[in-house]
Design a protein around this ligand. Structure first.
Ligand SMILES: [Ca+2]
Ligand SMILES: [Ca+2]
Ligand SMILES: [Ca+2]
Length: 139
């Protein structure tokens, strides 16, 4: 009987743990959703966008807020996937402030300034094509 009870108790703990796990995402989504940048793979007005290919073609990594990205290492292109780091060939700055794009993480290596509204092929800048690894927003 005692054994059966302990099994029941551990079963209840398991259920409680499962409930806690289930609660975690809903608690997170109850927060201010607007603080989470949404990347939909489309370069909308007001966004800063990275393109895998030249002349704003190929997969797009879009940032809908003026935020720094200190490393592209863990980024992938929305919808289609594929790594972003050292793959970006062009950028489009549809925000109202100047960005700086860098060859390495943490704003290191060669950099280039991308003015508000500008579209740039990185191969024609000091950063180089397929080299970009970070950007600094609103410099
Ligand atoms: Ca977008
Ligand atoms: Ca590329
Ligand atoms: Ca790099």
């Amino acid at each position: 009987m005692r054994y059966a009870n302990s099994r029941l108790v551990s079963g209840l703990f398991a259920a409680a743990a499962a409930a806690a796990v289930g609660l975690a995402p809903s608690t997170a989504s109850a927060g201010p959703v607007s603080l989470t940048p949404i990347s939909n793979g489309i370069c909308d007005s007001g966004e800063f966008c990275l393109y895998r290919d030249s002349n704003r073609t190929g997969p797009v990594k879009d940032y809908n807020q003026a935020v720094d990205d200190v490393t592209y290492t863990n980024n992938s292109f929305p919808i289609v996937g594929g790594r972003v780091n050292d793959e970006v060939s062009s950028v489009w700055n549809r925000t109202t402030c100047t960005y700086r794009v860098f060859e390495h993480s943490d704003f290191n290596g060669s950099g280039t300034q991308v003015a508000a509204g500008a579209a740039v092929n990185l191969s024609s800048t000091p950063v180089g094509g397929d080299e970009a690894s970070s950007h600094n927003a609103c410099v």
